[in-house]
Design a protein around this ligand. Sequence first.
Ligand SMILES: [Zn+2]
Length: 251
Amino acid sequence: MIPGWLRATFGYLRRSHPVRLVAIPLVLGGALIAPGALHLGGGTGHGARDEGVVALTFDDGLNGDATLAVAKALEDHGGTGTFFVVGRTLEMQPEVARALVQRGHLLANHSADHETPSAFDPVYSTVAVAERQFETTIGRCPAFYRAPHGTYTAWSWLAIRRAGLRVVNWDVEVRDWDATDAKDLARRVLAGVEPGSIVLLHDGRDGHPGRDRTVLVQAMPMILEGLQARGLRPVRLDALLDTPGYLERCP
Ligand SMILES: [Zn+2]
């Protein structure tokens, strides 16, 4: 039996003016590429709310000294972080990636090139390309994926799932890339955070190494001290979500 909504759609299309026939696929296509428009199965936005842990996640690196300074701030406060790395930067700064791993932080996949997915790209190879870049650089493949600009299509969801990765989003985001005042940035992060939060910050910008992240680096000790004061410990995503941070086998 044909569902009512499908019958109605066909009926509408048969009666439609040609302009509508063009408009409908455009609107549906737009829904596929609109940020957050399509959550096929959804991504993870936070961990358990009843434990004193949070995850600080850093997107868009590797970014040389800025990345290492963020890591150092975490270490100085007894914390660990998760870095959603743009794959192409692994080839530019492999030593930074290896230092992060060696110092106890988790690496995650933030695509190979930081391109927004196209609704007309059914392959979405960027996930697998980045996984190979991780394998070459650190010998392991991340289990967590976050799309550039948080944008997903039906195709990209399929590619992510096929590769065996899990989408992890966030519940605290304060446009840190625009921040000009470290104290204010720290205050806004701490205002939004609660037990189990996944905080989105940026140690880089769009996967272009060399971007100035001084404000974030200055804010890090304030954020970490604020968390400490509230009894919240920053842990890696695999600890927060209690699931492996790397795949057993690379895809
Ligand atoms: Zn990004």
